[in-house]
Design a protein around this ligand. Structure first.
Ligand code: AKG
Ligand code: FE2
Length: 211
C-alpha cells in the first residue's frame, strides 16, 4: 500500500521494511559501506559535500559535474534493489548510498535530472536510521509545497515529470543527533558522464575511530 502525492509524481510506502529489519540493515550499512567524503573546489575554495556518499551498480553517476565510479553490487544491496524494483515496477542499474551523519548534513534543493537518467526518471529511495524531513517545491518557487518525514523503512518513489516540475531537499535539522542512511535507486543509460568538476575524494571511516 502506498500514498500517492502531487498527482502521483510521488508515492510513499510507509514501513516497507519492518522496524527490526530496518534497524538491522542500518547497522550493516554503517559497518560495511566504504564511505566517501566528496571534496572538490568551487571558485578556488575547497568544499566538501555535507554528507558521505557512495555509488554502486553498473553505471557511473554524476552530480553537479562530479562523476563517481561505482562499486559492484553487494548481496545485501542487490536484495534491496529487488525490493525497490518490485515497488517501483521498473529495473534499476545504479544506486547512490548517502549517509547524513547527523542533522548538520543534508542535501540542498535540486532535481535529479542529469542526462543519464532519461526524460521522466523513476527513482526509488529507501530510508534508514533517523527520521528526516524531505521537502518538495515547484521549480521557481521559494517555499515547499510538500513536507514529508521519512522514517526508517519508508520507501519513496519519484516518478512522472517530477524532476522537471519540482525540486527536492533534505534540510539541515541541527537538533537531530543520530545518523540517517538513504539509498536511491536509478536507471542510467546513454554515454558515460564526463566530469566537469575534478574531485579529490577519499574513503573515510565513520564514526571516526579516534586514530
Ligand atoms: O536523502 C534523501 O531522502 C534524498 C536524497 C536525494 O535527493 C538524492 O540522492 O538525490
Ligand atoms: Fe535527489
Amino acid at each position: 500500500m502506498f500514498t500517492s502525492l502531487l498527482d502521483d509524481r510521488i508515492r510513499v510506502a510507509r514501513g516497507s521494511l519492518a522496524p527490526a529489519r530496518a534497524a538491522e540493515l542500518m547497522a550493516a550499512l554503517l559497518r560495511d559501506t566504504p564511505w566517501l567524503a566528496v571534496r572538490y573546489e568551487n571558485d578556488g575554495r575547497p568544499r566538501e559535500l555535507p554528507r558521505l556518499t557512495v555509488n554502486y551498480g553498473e553505471r557511473s553517476y554524476d552530480y553537479s559535474g562530479l562523476v563517481f565510479t561505482p562499486l559492484p553490487w553487494t548481496p545485501l544491496l542487490a536484495e534491496l534493489r529487488a525490493l525497490a524494483e518490485a515497488a517501483a515496477e521498473t529495473r534499476f542499474n545504479a544506486l547512490i548510498v548517502q549517509l547524513y551523519r547527523d542533522g548538520e548534513d543534508g542535501v540542498n534543493w535540486h532535481a535529479d535530472d542529469s542526462l543519464g537518467v532519461g526524460r521522466d526518471p523513476i527513482i526509488a529511495s529507501l530510508s534508514f536510521g533517523a527520521t528526516r524531513k524531505f521537502l518538495v517545491r515547484p521549480k521557481g518557487a521559494a517555499e515547499p509545497c510538500l513536507t514529508l518525514e521519512l522514517h526508517a523503512g519508508d520507501l519513496l518513489v519519484m516518478r512522472g515529470d517530477l524532476q522537471h516540475s519540482h525540486q527536492h531537499k533534505v534540510p539541515r535539522e541541527p537538533e537531530v543527533k543520530a545518523p540517517r542512511i538513504n539509498l536511491t535507486f536509478r536507471t542510467l543509460s546513454g554515454p558515460a558522464p564526463q566530469p566537469a568538476v575534478a574531485h579529490a575524494s577519499r574513503v573515510v571511516r565513520w564514526p571516526e575511530d579516534g586514530e
